[in-house]
Write a protein that binds this ligand. Structure first.
Ligand SMILES: [Zn+2]
Length: 563
């Protein structure tokens, strides 16, 4: 698949080019330089932080023909063989794969035999916690009395599930999630070397979306290059990731602080025509409220725009902020149930306005004074003017505590009717063909990527469990958009649970690849069977150049006019 191209091409091949795992590199380099090697290492950490990459570099360091050391040459037979995954004494197993239990056990039992080509037999076992009991026992036998020529390099995302008998015999390293700044810097290096135009704001966005995984960052970068037509610019990346322009959020909060309902509605309309992703806007609004809350207690962090954050922090009462945060979170959750995203979004904005604690009511005097002084512009009359019926609800509420209590039943009541009426409202039915559904939905960006790369695990009515191969596709913002698209398609609320893991081929992407391969094979067979072509081959001692046969685009299914 194309999205793996950069990740594979830019996989570090030596310790020097490895980003962000200095503590591990230092320890391993020292052990290699002083020849104090352990016979079993365990690398833990989330996906894509470099566990198996380090394992391969270690395998090269042990088997390089120039000698054991922290700087494998990278060009000898052993180094290139290990890089290409075909070195006989570097045995890579993925315990999460479907590989047979017997085969794995057999490979592990072979550890006692001396290496054939290299100095060390290096076993690299990824997702080791998934090994079968048999395979674990076979490995333990070797771990208990390790032959001097065997080194185990185990990797796992879930060390809790590795048996303690194995853990106790391993030297353990915890690989860190990479900070966004390191990821962005590395992406810049990659793009400069690849000659791809980019701006740093775009790379910052990708780095943050990758959540610590360099592999995911490179996958997203590949998609961004395709999405942006060969360059990586911030507006296109923002659109691809469904990120909201921070200026919208600031304007929403300013209008809210001013109690300006008309401005809020105008903003929602403007965002509709600007094609803003409403679900994502609410998620980002919640994130921004959280940053403002932190700013109120003096923790600014590395904000993009600290001055604006400070200004909003000073303009909001902490109690208001807590209530608003709750409303936004609940609003985002309920958005798929709204008639449409714009309507749902507008209602959330109006609810934010409606549930402002009233200055004149039963709030504690200190709170009232602070709130009043913090919001000079917010007079009750002004709000009633701007927000219609909503403001009167707000005025009836006595204070923040009562408000918080009032909001929970309010929003759960909103979800109730939709849940009970679900079967009755079901329009289209799901026929069990997830790849076909993916092809039918007209989507773009990450939502389309999600549908094409995901695999259905189970479906029960409109409750779906799916697996996606890379974590960015499982981000709540993406999942919410997919859920909304499915709900729109079926005309009813859907439940969608997403897990990250290897997909086994029942995806739309794999189906279209298979279809292409089938048509290629048919075309090849048709050419080879064609009497005219056969005559040519026989008369002129010719042959068909492999790969030169291309199926023509199918015009209808019965014509059989492929050649
Ligand atoms: Zn070498």
């Amino acid at each position: 698949m194309t999205h793996q191209v950069l990740a594979r091409k830019w996989r570090p091949r030596d310790f020097e080019s490895l980003v962000g795992q200095d503590h591990v590199v230092r320890a391993l380099s020292h052990a290699l330089a002083t020849n104090r090697l352990h016979h079993a290492y365990l690398f833990t950490g989330t996906r894509g932080v470099g566990k198996t990459t380090i394992a391969r570099i270690l395998a090269k360091a042990l088997n390089c023909e120039t000698g054991v050391g922290p700087h494998p040459c990278g060009v000898c037979g052993a180094c290139t063989g290990i890089d290409a995954g075909r070195f006989v004494d570097c045995i890579e197993l993925d315990a999460a794969s479907n590989r047979g239990v017997d085969e794995m056990t057999q490979l592990l039992e072979n550890a006692v035999y001396a290496p054939t080509a290299g100095r060390y037999k290096v076993y690299v076992i990824d997702e080791v916690h998934m090994l079968s009991t048999h395979a674990f026992n076979a490995m333990l036998k070797t771990l208990e009395e390790p032959p001097p020529h065997v080194v185990f390099v185990l990797a796992t995302t879930d060390p809790q599930r590795v048996p303690v008998t194995v853990l106790s015999r391993c030297l353990q390293f915890n690989l860190k999630n990479m900070p966004p700044a390191s990821i962005a810097a590395h992406l810049a290096t990659v793009l400069s070397a690849e000659g791809v135009d980019h701006d740093s704001a775009a790379l910052d966005r990708i780095a943050r979306a990758a959540a610590g995984s360099m592999r995911d960052a490179l996958s997203l970068l590949d998609q961004a290059i395709a999405f942006g037509g060969g360059e990586v610019r911030e507006p296109a990346v923002r659109e691809m990731l469904g990120v909201v322009d921070a200026a919208w959020l600031v304007r929403i909060l300013d209008a809210l602080v001013a109690g300006d309902g008309r401005e809020l509605i105008a903003l929602a309309d403007e965002m509709l025509s600007g094609n803003a992703p409403f679900e994502r806007t609410l998620a980002d609004l919640a994130a921004m409220l959280q940053r403002i809350a932190l700013a109120q207690i003096g923790a600014i962090g590395d904000a993009d725009d600290p001055a604006t954050l400070q200004r909003l922090a000073a303009a909001m009462a902490p109690e208001d902020l807590q209530v608003w945060y709750q409303i936004v979170i609940h609003g985002a959750r309920d958005l798929p149930l709204a008639p449409d995203a714009h309507a749902g979004f507008t209602m959330v904005l109006l609810r934010l306005l409606a549930f402002r604690p009233d200055d004149g009511a039963a709030a504690a005097p200190a709170t009232r004074a602070r709130a009043a002084s913090a919001r000079p512009k917010a007079a009750p009359a002004e709000r009633a003017d701007g927000s219609g019926g909503g403001a009167s609800t707000g005025r009836a509420a006595p204070g923040p505590a009562a408000l918080r209590a009032a909001i929970a039943p309010c929003s759960s009541a909103a979800t109730q009717p939709a849940q009970t009426s679900e079967p009755a409202r079901t329009g289209a039915r799901f026929d069990g063909d997830w790849p076909a559904l993916a092809a039918r939905l007209q989507l773009g960006g990450l939502v389309q990527q999600f549908m094409h790369q995901s695999e259905l695990i189970s479906a029960d009515g409109l409750r779906f469990r799916v697996r996606v191969p890379i974590r960015p596709l499982s981000e709540p913002s993406t999942v919410n958009r997919v859920r909304a698209a499915l709900a729109a398609h079926f005309g009813a609320p859907v439940r969608l649970e997403v897990e990250v893991g290897p997909v086994r081929g029942a995806t739309a992407a794999a189906a279209s690849a298979r279809e292409h391969a089938d048509r290629q094979a048919q075309a090849q067979a048709a050419i080879e069977a064609d009497p005219f072509v056969r005559a040519l081959i026989e008369d002129f001692d010719g042959s068909i150049v492999p790969g030169s046969v291309r199926p023509v685009e199918r015009r209808d299914t019965t014509s059989g006019d492929e050649q």
